[in-house]
Design a protein around this ligand. Sequence first.
Ligand code: MRU
Length: 342
Amino acid sequence: MTWADGCLKLIDQRKLPSHLEVVECRTYKEVADAIRTMKVRGAPAIGATAAFGVALGALEHRHATREEFVSAMQIISKELAATRPTAVNLFWALERMEKVVESKQTEPVPSIVDALIQEAEAIATEDIETCKQIGAAGALLIADGDGVLTICNAGALATVDYGTALGVVRAANDVGKDFHVYTAETRPFLQGARLTAWELVQEGIPATLITDNMAGWLMQQGRVQVVIVGADRIAGNGDTANKIGTYTFAVLAHHHQVPFYVAAPLSTVDLSLESGKQIPIEERSPEEVTHLCGQRIAPAGIGVYNPAFDVTPAELISGIITEAGIIRAPFAANLAKVFRTS
Ligand code: MRU
């Protein structure tokens, strides 16, 4: 994503890999629509995009009185928060923006607007640095000859740049490690087939696309030495919500004694939730399951269940790769410790 002169430019991720199209958002409503309709997706990307949405909303109200401005910002924040429920980075970013309004509410509106733009830019810049730190910490987990399995897209497209799980892959590739990535297609929205495969091809990283139901067989054949996935929300005990199918991979990895890592910034950790049971799981439209590229593949009248995420229990997770290093069990104590010291 790029931001310049009151315009947020985003790659329309729904069009990849066949079309590389950029959408321009000039209003906060366009930003809310971009998140809701998955033009932009991936937890850190959603957070940074929402922050720019607040900045655009602030620009739209720059001529309002201070009272009008503050109440407009509350409405805007609420509207952006209602776009998607699971990735906590959205709420984390909106809270950062709300704190700016709170701390500046006695200042003239134009200076609150400037401060909001600066905060959105800071969130975006920090995200790139954070992903690079995650990459550097996680690259040590990949050895020459390894097969690395991932799901969904936790790459540059899902962040401001570089990626989390794919940031680890990128960093390992940058230091010359010789390994092979398996990207699962990630039904029903196909983030793995469309987006991760696209990023891996762009980077020239050796990779193979599999369908989700091939992961167990791949592990049984000894072709996967490590699983690395992203996260949408990590509860205080380490339970992790990520793209639907992640839990299945974690169970398979446990059975085959393959280490299973989550790569995520600390902004994805939600210490207000004790366990993963409290994470809200988004359910998306039945058409994502009954249709493929606009073509019906299941009979009309069939019932559909389409949860976009699942929760992997902490006991199946070998470690959480963050900008503060790799956090291991006991997760509740070690996550709390990281937040006390960071
Ligand atoms: O529904 P999506 O595409 O927004 O889901 C994204 C994921 O589940 C990613 O794995 C997660 O957000 C990590 S992105 C760095």
